[in-house]
Design a protein around this ligand. Structure first.
Ligand code: SF4
Length: 484
C-alpha cells in the first residue's frame, strides 16, 4: 500500500484484467482486480459490454471501495468486461485519467486498459493535436485511442495494428469492442500479460497468474511479446504483426513488483526471490546471528539467504498493513514518526544480536536509513544490509514510477558512500550476474541481455523519444526502435 511515507520505494505500475464469455463478466473482473491491487492503488475501473451497450465505472481509490456497491455492479452487466488498477506513472491522478479509457469510434465502442508507459506519447500527442484531435485526459494511453480513431485502415484490427506500429515503449494492453476482446504486448514484452480459461470456456487476460487463481481460471499461456490475441465468438486468434526482436522482460517484476504467488514468464516469482537471497548469501555472506526481512517484499529473499547461510530466519520487523492514506494526516509531526507507522521492530528477536537485514532495493535511501536506525534502537549489536537487486542507478521510463536519477542514492554514491548514508555496518547488493543466475541464466549476456535491466545498467532497450527530445545521437544509441 502506498502511504505518504512510502515514497522511498519504487511504485507498482498498473494491472489489467479482462474476461469474455461469462454472464457475470464485471464481477469476475472486480475479483481479478482485487488480486492485482498491489500493482496500483490510486484508482480502478471497469468497462463492460452486454451486446447492446457499453457501461463504465471508474473511481479513485481501492478496488474494494470502487466496486462495493451492488448498484454499480448491476449496471456493469454483460458477458465481456475489461478492468484496470492504476498507479499513475504518466499523467496526473485525476478521474479523467482513470482507465479503462473508452470512446465511440466509427466502428463502434472501444475500451482500452494499459499497463506500461509509452515513451513517444508526447511526440505523438503534439502531432495528433495539430491534426485536430481533442484530448480528454493527460494519460499516454489516450494516444492509442486517437491513433486508432484517425487510422485510415479499414477494419478495427488493422487500425489497431496501425496504431501499435506508431507507439514506442512498454505496453500490455487489454481492449474491448462490440465484437471482441483483445490482449497484446509490446514487441519486447517488457510488461507481463497472461491468458487463462475458466471451466465454462470463458477466456481471461490478466497481468499476473495470481489474478487467474482468484477466479478459479486455469493458466493457458503467456501472451507473447509482440502478439495480439483476439477473443471473439469465433474463438481465439493470434496475430504477430511485429518483427521479433529478442524479448526484454522487466527483471524488476521478479525482484519486487509481481506477487510472490504469481508465475511470471514461466518462473515462480517466489522461487526466483529465494534464489536471489541464496546468491546474495554466497556472494556477500557475513557472520551474523539472525536474518531479518524488511517486509513484505524482502521476505522470500531472506528465506533464501538464511537457508544458504545457515543462519536463523526471524520476523524481526512487523509491518502494519492497516496504515491507510485516509487515516494519516501528513503533518510534519507525524512525518517525523516516519517509518514506525508502517514498520515496528520485534525487539526480542533483535536485541543483542548481529542482524542481516534483507530488502529488495534502495531507492533514495531514506527508508533504509530509518529501518537500520530502528533495528539499532531495538538493541542490535551489528546491522548488515543485503539488497536483493543491483544498485538502482537509473530511472525507469517503461511504466514504473522512479524518482529522477539525481534522487537515486546509487546514482550519486558508491557502495561505501551508501553504507555511510544508511549507517549500516556493512552493505552489499546482489551482482548483476548473480541476479541473472537466480533467474536460471548463466549470467547476463552483455551483447544481448535477456531482460530489461535498465534501472541498474542504463541500457534502455526501447527508444526514449520524449525524454531525449531532439537528441539524435541518443536516439541512434537506442538499441531497438520499435517498428512494424
Ligand atoms: Fe523494469 Fe527497470 Fe526496465 Fe523499468 S527500467 S522496465 S523497472 S527493469
Amino acid at each position: 500500500m502506498t502511504t505518504p511515507f512510502d515514497d522511498d520505494h519504487l511504485r507498482e505500475e498498473c494491472g489489467v484484467f479482462g474476461i469474455y464469455g461469462h454472464a457475470e463478466a464485471a464481477r469476475h473482473v472486480a475479483l481479478g482486480l482485487h488480486a492485482l491491487q498491489h500493482r496500483g492503488q490510486e484508482a480502478a475501473g471497469i468497462v463492460a459490454f452486454d451486446g447492446a451497450r457499453f457501461q463504465a465505472h471508474r473511481a479513485m481509490g481501492h478496488v474494494s471501495e470502487t466496486f462495493e456497491s451492488d448498484r454499480v455492479m448491476a449496471e456493469l452487466s454483460g458477458y465481456a468486461a475489461i478492468g484496470h488498477v492504476r498507479y499513475a506513472t504518466f499523467g496526473a491522478t485525476i478521474l479523467r485519467n482513470v482507465q479503462p479509457l473508452f470512446a465511440d469510434l466509427s466502428f463502434g465502442g472501444f475500451g482500452i486498459a494499459h499497463n506500461g508507459n509509452l515513451t513517444n506519447a508526447m511526440t505523438l500527442r503534439r502531432k495528433l493535436v495539430k491534426q485536430g484531435c481533442i484530448f480528454q485526459s493527460t494519460s499516454d494511453t489516450e494516444t492509442i485511442l486517437h491513433l486508432v480513431a484517425t487510422s485510415t485502415k479499414n477494419s478495427e484490427i488493422d487500425r489497431l495494428i496501425d496504431a501499435l506500429h506508431q507507439i514506442e515503449g512498454a505496453y500490455s494492453l487489454v481492449a474491448l469492442t462490440s465484437s471482441m476482446m483483445l490482449g497484446m504486448r509490446d514487441p519486447l514484452g517488457v510488461r507481463p500479460l497472461v491468458l487463462g480459461k475458466l471451466d465454462d470456456g470463458s477466456m481471461v487476460f490478466a497481468s499476473e497468474t495470481c489474478a487467474l487463481d482468484i477466479i478459479g481460471a486455469d493458466f493457458v499461456r503467456d501472451v507473447e511479446p509482440g502478439e495480439i490475441v483476439i477473443i471473439s465468438d469465433d474463438g481465439i486468434q493470434s496475430l504477430k504483426p511485429f518483427q521479433s526482436p529478442r524479448p526484454r522482460f522487466c527483471i524488476f517484476e521478479h525482484i519486487y513488483f509481481a506477487r510472490p504467488d504469481s508465475v511470471v514468464e514461466g518462473r515462480s516469482v517466489y522461487d526466483v526471490r529465494k534464489q536471489i537471497g541464496a546468491e546474495l548469501a554466497r556472494e556477500s555472506g557475513v557472520d551474523a546471528d539472525v536474518v531479518i526481512p524488511v517486509p513484505d517484499s524482502g521476505v522470500p529473499a531472506s528465506i533464501g539467504y538464511a537457508a544458504e547461510a545457515r543462519i536463523p530466519f526471524e520476523l524481526g520487523i512487523i509491518r502494519n498493513h492497516y496504515v491507510g492514506r485516509t487515516f494519516i494526516e501528513p503533518t510534519q509531526q507525524i512525518r517525523n514518526l516516519g517509518v514506525k507507522l508502517k514498520h515496528n521492530a520485534n525487539r526480542p528477536q533483535i536485541a543483542g544480536r548481529r542482524v542481516v537485514l534483507v530488502d529488495d532495493s534502495i531507492v533514495r535511501g531514506t527508508t533504509s536509513l530509518k529501518i537500520v536506525q530502528m533495528v539499532r534502537d531495538a538493541g542490535a549489536r551489528e546491522v548488515h544490509m543485503r539488497i536483493a537487486s543491483p544498485p538502482t542507478t537509473h530511472s525507469c521510463f517503461y511504466g514504473v514510477d522512479t524518482p529522477e536519477r539525481s534522487q537515486l542514492l546509487a546514482a550519486t554514491h558508491d557502495i561505501e558512500g551508501m553504507r555511510k548514508f544508511i549507517q549500516a555496518d556493512s552493505l552489499a547488493f546482489i551482482s548483476m550476474d548473480g541476479l541473472y543466475r537466480a533467474m536460471g541464466e548463466a549470467g547476463r549476456n552483455p551483447a544481448a541481455p535477456q531482460f530489461c535491466d535498465a534501472c541498474f545498467t542504463g541500457d534502455y532497450p526501447v527508444s526514449l523519444t520524449d525524454h531525449w527530445g531532439g537528441d539524435e545521437d541518443q536516439s541512434r544509441r537506442s538499441r531497438v526502435k520499435i517498428a512494424g
